[in-house]
Design a protein around this ligand. Structure first.
Ligand code: ZN
Length: 134
């Protein structure tokens, strides 16, 4: 049995990454359940889909770019089990280790380098690195 299937609904885990991202950005789509870390350049929260109650960990990282007019922003949204959500919320699982949960699972990636006009949004898979911005 793999973990790559069975997460979310047609809205929060839409095959089209842009459609999924729109649902995650909507106030009625995916709501913040609990902030895990809330620094200006590193924001981690546990969120939940308003339609199917799927839990997600949302990792936002910003890198201040003193040259470009806009800072580089990166966001990773990974579906997680209720047990994993609980571990994150109670601090038993560090947000810095959340990327390891991505093993064998899809995550919604949004990359917005400071020089780009708009973010590139895509589904990625595998373990990802969680780094604090600056
Ligand atoms: Zn959903």
């Amino acid at each position: 049995m793999t973990e790559s299937t069975g997460f979310g609904c047609a809205a929060c885990c839409a095959e089209d990454a842009v459609v999924a991202r729109a649902h995650h950005q909507s106030h009625t789509g995916v709501r913040v359940e609990q902030m895990i870390q809330d620094d200006s350049h590193f924001i981690v929260s546990v969120q939940r889909c308003g339609l199917c109650s799927q839990a997600f960990v949302n990792v936002f990282t910003e890198y201040v770019d003193w040259v470009a007019s806009r800072d580089a922003q990166y966001r990773t949204v990974l579906p997680i089990t209720d047990a994993e959500a609980e571990e994150l919320k109670t601090g038993r699982l560090s947000p810095h280790r959340a990327g390891a949960l991505g093993h064998g699972r899809r995550h919604l990636q949004s990359d917005w380098p400071s020089e780009a006009g708009e973010p590139s949004v895509y589904w990625d898979s595998g373990v990802f690195e969680v780094r604090e911005g600056r």
